[in-house]
Each structure stands twice: as C-alpha cells, then as structure tokens.
Design a protein around this ligand. Structure first.
Ligand code: BGC
Length: 724
C-alpha cells in the first residue's frame, strides 16, 4: 500500500533503517524523516559553526574549540589535507546518535591553492565564462581538500575604494556583479553539488555591506529602500536564480536594522519573495556584534533577534548553542522556527551528498595542474587594464636591449596573490621580474632594483634604482599595494600610493627614459601625480600566481590587452564616491569642485588595446515597439589596426524621464569578441522590455513605463519608444 508521501517500498521500516539513511528516498523526505527523529538539542547544534584547524583569519580570533561536539552542524576547515577533516567527520558519523555529517566551509575567494586574480580584477576581464572556469578549479581543489562549501562569491557593489573590501567584489555596477555572481555560482556548484569536485556557494555579505560609510569597515550603512532594490539586491537575486545554496548575512547596520537581524531582507525578500530554500550563515561573530550595534542588550537577545529574522547558522558567536534552548523554553523562539532553520541546513547537506559520501578521498596531485595554471594565466591577462599608452607608443616593447625592472612589487610574489589568498604560496607565483626575464631574457639584458619598500622612509635603495634606470633603454616601474592593504578591516583614508613610492617615480622620470608604470593593487588608486610621470600605465591588480607571465606577455605584445575597468578611478580621494551610474543632478552636470576637476581619472569601462576598433552606426530592428515585443539592436565593430585583439561592447540604457528617477545610464548587456585585423563583427543586444527596461520600486515591485528610452553604445545613442 502506498503511503501518503508516495513511498511504496517499506523495507527500511521492516529493517529498522531510518529513511534518511536511504539514498533511494527523495531528499526532502529524508530531511523530514531525520528532523522528526531529532531532539531539540540535536537540532540546535545543527545551527552552529565552529572552527577546525589553524585559524588564519587574523581579524577573527574566535573562541578555541577544544572539544568539538560530534553533533556540530558546521566547521570552518583551515587545512589542505582531508585527514583532519575526515577524522572529525568520523566522530560526527559514528559518535553522534543520528550520524549527521558536518558541512565544512572555508574562504576560497579567488582560488584555493591555484590563486587567481582578485575578484575586482576578474571583473575587468569582462569574461564571465573564464571566471566560471576559475571558480570550478577552486571548487575542485577545495572539495578534494575537505571543504564542501566556499564563502564566495562576494557580490557587494562597492563605490568607495577606501574600503579594503572593494578588492573582493566585482566592482561598482549591479548588473556586472549579477553576471559574475551567476557565473561563479555555476562554476562552484557545477551540475550537481554531490559531485566530488563541486562546492556549495555562499553569496555574501547579505546585504549592503559595500555601502559602509566613508569606506570604514563594519560600520553603519545608510541605504534607502529604493537604493537597496536598485543597487545592492540585484546581484543576490541573480545568485539565488543561479541556484546558490547559501548566503552569508552582513555585519553592517542597514538603516537601523543590522543585516544579521534583518527580517525584511532575510525572510520577506530572500525566503518569501525569491523562494530561497537553502540557508544563511552569519558573518563571523555577527550575532554577538548585534550588542555593539545597539540592537540587543545580551547575547541571548541577539540570538533571538537573529534567528527570528531568518538567520539559520551562527558563525562563531556561540549565541545559538548557548541560548536557543532557553529561548524555546521561554516561548521567545518557536520550535517551528527552529525546525525550518534545521530543515534548510539538512537540505544543503543532503544536496551535497554528505549523508551518502561523508568522507573526502585523498587524491594526490590535486593542486596547480597545468590546465588550471593556464586559466590563471589567461584570466590574469584578460584582467589587466592598459590605462595609458602615450603617443610615442611605448608599448608593446619591441627591440629593447636593456630593461630595468624597478620597484617594491617587481620581485614580490606574496603581494601579487592579493588578500584572501587561500592556501596560495608565494613560491608558486611568477613574479613580475621572473615574467620579464622569461619573456625578454633571450634578446635583452634585464637588471633589477627594488628601489624602496612598499611604505616607510628608507631611501637607501633609490641610488641603485636610479643607476639601474640610467643604464636602461626602458624602465618598468612596479609600484602598488601590499596585500594587507586590501580585504577585511583594511580601510585607507587616501587611495594614493605612499608618497615615498611617488618620489621614486618622480626621480626616475627625471632621467628622461621611457617609463612603463606597472601597478599591482587591490583598489582604484589616486594617480594624478603619477600619471604624467609615465609613458604607459598597466593596471595588473593583484593578479595571482601567473601574474608575472601575463604582464610580461602584454609588455612584449604577445598578448594584446583587453581589460576594461569595472570600477571608476577617481582623480583624487576627495571625489569619492564617483561612479558612472550616478543619478542625474538638477543642473544636468555632476557638480563642480572649485579646486579639482569633477571628472574621474579613468572612467568605468576605460581600457586601451594595441589595436584600434571602429564602431559603425548602431541600428534597431524597430524603434517603436510594445511592452511584450522583443527588439534587437546591433552595431558593427571593425578591428582597424594591425593586431588581433578583443573588444568588449558595453550596452547601456538611459531612461530620460521616469516616475522614479533613473541613473544617467545603466549597463544592461555586454559582449567580448576577438577580432582579426580588418575583421568586422556585428554585436547584438536583444532587448526584452520587461527584463531590460523595467525597474523595481521601493517596495520591490517591478514596473515598466511607456515612453522614451535610449540605448547607448560607445557614446552613440539610439532613441526607442515603448508604447502600450
Ligand atoms: C569575513 C567573511 C568571511 C568570514 C569567515 C569574516 O570575518 O567578513 O567574509 O567569509 O570571516 O572567514
């Protein structure tokens, strides 16, 4: 006889094997069955995350977990070897009453051991397909090392480069963050979470963390409901649609209600509106921090507020393990709320296949495989942005006999890895100097001088650096930032490089030699003093383990640069915030400063190539169309130079008049294509009015207004009219 849940085979009941252990039973039924067998204490333990192994997150020295309970829900796993993880998993499987597997998480942000460029750099590649590949390598290395779940992607739209965490996201644009978010979720999660090479993704930090006031970390954010919908939520919605298993709640207070106790964002929007059925983990200690933020007087109250708002897992606050049972007894948290939270955690564990394959096999040679290094090299090359190449055509360097490689970043592997370097090792990195030696060493003589440290006052290296520069035909000056100047709790009051590095550039430039300035950094920099000192400027960001190879390939012309900025470079720190998709002003311009230009140094989308591209007239399949009609706009692009190169066509929409004012323009589509000299490609943007021309109001309701819209491509405009 069939049971109400559709199960006809009752053999496990006869055999007394609980349903949740049976692989052939549908996951949701297994979860329900298990939930029905759990005590309140067992349920509560599923909602906690502690750490296992060496903690290398210096900002968060959590409580030491001496004896991890076998019933623990999750652990952050800091090792690269599955052995310790498997030992802990064995405890969970064999020593806990129900044998519920632990889910092991870790921050593999831009690679696990094969370290890719930082996410901000990746965004400048305009190549989500390549980013997806990099994420799948990261997933493979992670899962095979015992990590089931990565705390990535970080999709906090950020417009204040003083904030150290701009390095971790995909720049200033919501649409671009959304596209990369979907690509990385697919890269991490693959076709099935239960594969031995995929990991669960975690969208973070939900939500609005990028709006941190003045670029300071952990602070208040002022976000109107309209801005929440326009700017901060779209990447999350895209990630949920792409199937992201989990999210991480943010540290920031969102206009009076911190992200980690915000029922509106976590329950109304994420669970009710977007129907997300996975779970949310808090950021590290974020529940405890509700006390500092003035939302809760005690840790117990913080636990109550967080769980009732929809936050399922407590990362390292010890708020849920200590207080939930009491809160249930007092009726302040319902058992139904606990059950819903536990069900979500178990569901993700079930999807990961942890109940059926709890242990990580030890696979040798899982790191730094040649194919994975190739992706590192390609992604680094595509991420680099040629900011300047003056009329003397400094780059590419041809027939140079003597090259001076100077600067604190020239032979420095560690800082090229960037922050959140996972298990990356400085010795895996091809430094800039090494890259130049292998690229040019056959035909040119190369000399190196450090010149100065990244910061400080010691000018003793200047002399040798100047002598080396004087000897050379060209100087490759490698300046930039330490990896410690980016990431969490790494805000800077100025985005200029230390004066000390600028002085080295000034003295070298006085020698009158051609200077190629190579910048390795985790944020946009203030370049107004450095820019006139260099003939060419190449922004390489923190490019990961193959950065030196990619950079040298661009200098030699073996690689034609194709990166474009995903974030604006202000002219000076005083302009911040400056971003392309600002709302319009009352005077039709962006407002003037008396003392400096109001234009940024390099706008969003800026990036030069060694070839030239010419755009023809853009055309539309129709300029007058109805709400339910799709139309096609296209533009021919020709490579008019003599070198093959890739061009990214950026399509923007502007809506001149709307009942809720719109930004001056908004990116809606892009396409990158490689073109041979003389080749023309017709680039297309298929406009779906509901998807591309509608907006969301402050209540989250999407609307589409009739009237005029402009499509903008390469500064050219097509006027469209949407009728009823
Ligand atoms: C960071 C998160 C990170 C977590 C776990 C926190 O301090 O804000 O981005 O995922 O630690 O390491």
């Amino acid at each position: 006889m069939a049971r109400p849940d559709g199960i006809t085979d009752l053999s496990h009941i006869r055999a007394k094997t609980p349903l949740y252990k049976d692989k052939s039973v549908p996951a949701e039924i297994r979860v329900d069955n298990l939930l029905g067998l759990m005590t309140l204490d067992e349920k509560i333990m599923q909602l906690n995350q502690y750490t296992l192994g060496r903690n290398n997150n210096a900002n968060n020295v959590g409580e030491e977990v001496v004896n991890i309970p076998a019933e623990i829900g999750s652990l952050i796993y800091f090792d690269t070897d599955p052995a310790l993880r498997n030992a802990m998993q064995r405890r969970a499987m064999e020593e806990s009453r129900l044998g519920i597997p632990v889910i092991f998480g870790y921050d593999a942000i831009h690679g696990f051991r094969t370290v890719y460029p930082i996410s901000l750099a990746q965004a400048c590649s305009w190549n989500p397909a390549l980013v997806r590949k990099a994420c799948s390598v990261s997933a493979r290395e992670s899962r095979m090392s015992g990590v089931d779940w990565t705390f990535s992607p970080m999709i906090d739209v950020a417009r204040d480069p003083r904030w150290g965490r701009v390095a971790e996201g995909y720049g200033e644009d919501p649409y671009l963050n959304a596209v990369y978010c979907a690509a990385s979720v697919k890269g991490y999660q693959g076709k099935s979470l239960s594969d031995s090479t995929t990991v669960a993704a975690c969208l973070k930090h939900y939500v609005g963390y990028g709006a941190s006031e003045a670029g300071r970390d952990y602070v208040y954010t002022e976000i109107s409901p309209q801005t929440l919908w326009d700017t901060y939520l779209p990447p999350y919605e895209a990630g949920v649609k792409a199937g992201a298993a989990t999210l991480m709640s943010s540290f920031n207070d969102i206009s009076g209600v911190p992200g980690s106790a915000n029922r509106h964002t976590m329950t109304d929007i994420l669970k009710n509106k977007w129907k997300h059925d996975g779970f949310i983990v808090s950021d590290w200690g974020a529940i405890e921090q509700l006390k500092n933020q003035g939302l809760a007087a005690t840790k117990k109250e913080a636990a109550m507020r967080a769980l009732n708002a929809g936050l399922e897992m407590d990362m390292m606050s010890h708020a849920y393990d200590r207080h939930l049972a009491e809160l249930v007894a007092e009726g302040k948290v319902s058992e139904a709320t606990i059950d819903d939270a536990v069900r979500r955690v178990l569901r993700v564990k079930m999807r990961l296949g942890l109940f059926d394959n709890p242990y990580t096999p030890d696979v040798p040679d899982r790191f730094l495989r040649p194919a994975d290094l190739k992706i590192a090299s390609e992604l680094a090359a595509e991420s680099m942005v040629l900011l300047k190449n003056d009329s003397t055509l400094t780059l590419p360097l041809r027939n140079v006999r003597r090259i001076a490689v100077i600067g604190p970043l020239a032979d420095n592997g560690k800082d090229l890895l960037g922050n959140w370097l996972g298990h990356g090792q400085a010795e895996d990195v091809v430094t800039l100097r090494q890259g130049i030696v292998s690229e040019f060493g056959k035909d040119s003589e190369i000399r190196y001088a450090e010149g100065c440290a990244l910061d400080g006052h010691d000018r003793s290296g200047f002399k040798t650096a100047l002598e080396t520069a004087r000897w050379a035909d060209v100087v490759v000056l490698c300046l930039g930032e330490s990896l410690r100047w980016s990431g969490e709790n790494a805000s800077r009051s100025s985005i200029a490089l230390p004066a000390f590095q600028e002085q080295l550039a000034e003295e070298i430039s006085r020698l009158g030699k051609p200077v190629v300035l190579v910048l390795a950094n985790g944020r946009p920099l203030e370049l107004n003093r450095l820019e006139p000192l260099a003939n060419a400027i190449l922004e390489i960001w923190q490019p990961g383990i193959r950065g030196g190879e990619a950079m040298a390939g661009i200098l030699s012309g073996r690689i034609n640069p194709s990166g474009k900025l995903a974030i604006t470079f202000p002219w000076s720190t005083g302009q911040i915030p400056v971003y392309y998709n600002r709302r319009k002003s009352g005077r039709g311009h962006q407002g003037f400063y008396q003392d400096i230009t109001s234009e940024p140094m390099y706008p969003f989308g800026h990036g030069l190539s060694y070839t030239t591209f010419e755009y023809g007239e853009p055309t539309a399949s129709k300029t007058e169309f109805r709400r339910n009609e799709k139309i096609k706009v296209s533009v021919p692009v020709t490579n008019t130079g003599d070198m093959e190169g890739a061009e990214t066509v950026l399509w923007f929409i502007s809506d001149p008049y709307c009942s809720i004012t719109r930004p001056v323009r908004e990116l809606k589509h892009f396409e990158k294509r490689s073109l041979k000299p003389g080749e023309t490609a017709v680039m297309v943007f298929n406009i779906d009015p509901w998807r591309d021309l509608s907006y969301v109001d402050s209540d989250g309701k999407r609307f589409l207004e009739t009237g005029e819209y402009n499509v903008i491509v390469n500064g050219m405009k097509i006027r469209l009219n949407l009728t009823e």
